[in-house]
Design a protein around this ligand. Sequence first.
Ligand code: GLU
Length: 446
Amino acid sequence: MDTRLEAIREQVLARNPGEKEFHQAVLEVFESLGPVLDKHPEFVDANVLQRLCEPERQIIFRVPWMDDAGNVQINRGFRVEFNSALGPYKGGLRFHPSVYLGIVKFLGFEQIFKNALTGMPIGGGKGGSDFDPRGKSDREVMRFCQSFMTELYRHIGEYTDVPAGDIGVGGREIGYLFGQYKRITNRYESGVLTGKGVGWGGSLVRPEATGFGTVMFTQEMLKTRGTSLDGQRVVVSGSGNVATFAIAKAQQFGAKVVACSDSSGYIVDENGIDVSLLRQIKEKERGRLKEYAVRRGASVSYVEGGSVWDVNASVALPCATQNEINTEAATGMVKNGLVAVAEGANMPSTSGAIAVFQEAGILFAPGKAANAGGVATSALEMQQNASRDAWTFEHTEARLANIMVGIHNRCAETAETYGSPGNYVVGANIAGFVKVADAMLAQGLI
Ligand code: GLU
């Protein structure tokens, strides 16, 4: 790594002890930036990188709530408002027991560059809580969300900070959060949250957007090698919102999706995954993936534990969570005939895994480019809210497709310009960084 960057990285490690996911996200970006600093000494002179690594604001708060048995429960809430050079802070909320400041900062840091890449006027932020929605009743989830918003409301707003969903936060949670915001502020401020229900200010295509966009990006990458998704054998990890719609879009493009997973195990369905059954079980019934195998019968195998990456595939779409593909898994995937990987989740590949893919000449799309369709469609939801309009599915999907092609081309051209043709990691990091750094310089010492 460039020695100037190495020195800044040391400072980041020392200032943010123990936040290993944040360190990993910073390292991944820094490894790409050497050539930019040579070309743009003004970024070095103005200490833009040191500023970028320090969030503009970090909020940590107590979330007390009462469970159904009448016991008082305490969780910790977070909102990291990382960078507002391009627009209001924008990024999701994650409710998962693993959430702590290091996770929120890694996600917020990634979000800055991802949001810049979309070309939409949105800054970067992220939040969440160590609350685990799994196994909780609807009423418990509602009380938790109401308590969470009772603190968060004072920090957000359509021109300030616009949260959305992430792991553990879907339409149900956004509904409860929006309702509480409206009660407290006495304002019907639609643009304060995205991922709302379509009947009350949400956008069509927002639920599909992250998974759809990831597959659209994959298609663009494959095109550069004169091929397409048609006839590819695809494995997807996860079975939540991103995974489900990635499967659906890959199938639309003629691929055969044979496997997906949840945190307990994975299924292999050689006939191709039945998306409506998967959605019925995971979304409507909030059940486990094992149930899919039970209902489909002998043609589907369910493997308890283990890794979905043992299933051979030409295209892999990691759509579960961070660091789910390590060096060993990546090596096995390459041996099994892998052609392309696109990250539907945030940072699902370790840096070792990325190195394995790149050395093997696999097409590799990092999450901040591949999964940017979700937040881009959130920005489209904000546009609709601001103009009090509601667009059709076709129009919104066409906008998304256009945005994904734009992100792909921006990454590819930037990688080429900076001497790493075909390297989407370099392309995404540099294109995102330059856009934010230019804005920060123009806005003075911020
Ligand atoms: N959580 C999503 C992401 O990782 C979406 C954020 C949003 O729509 O604001 O990009």
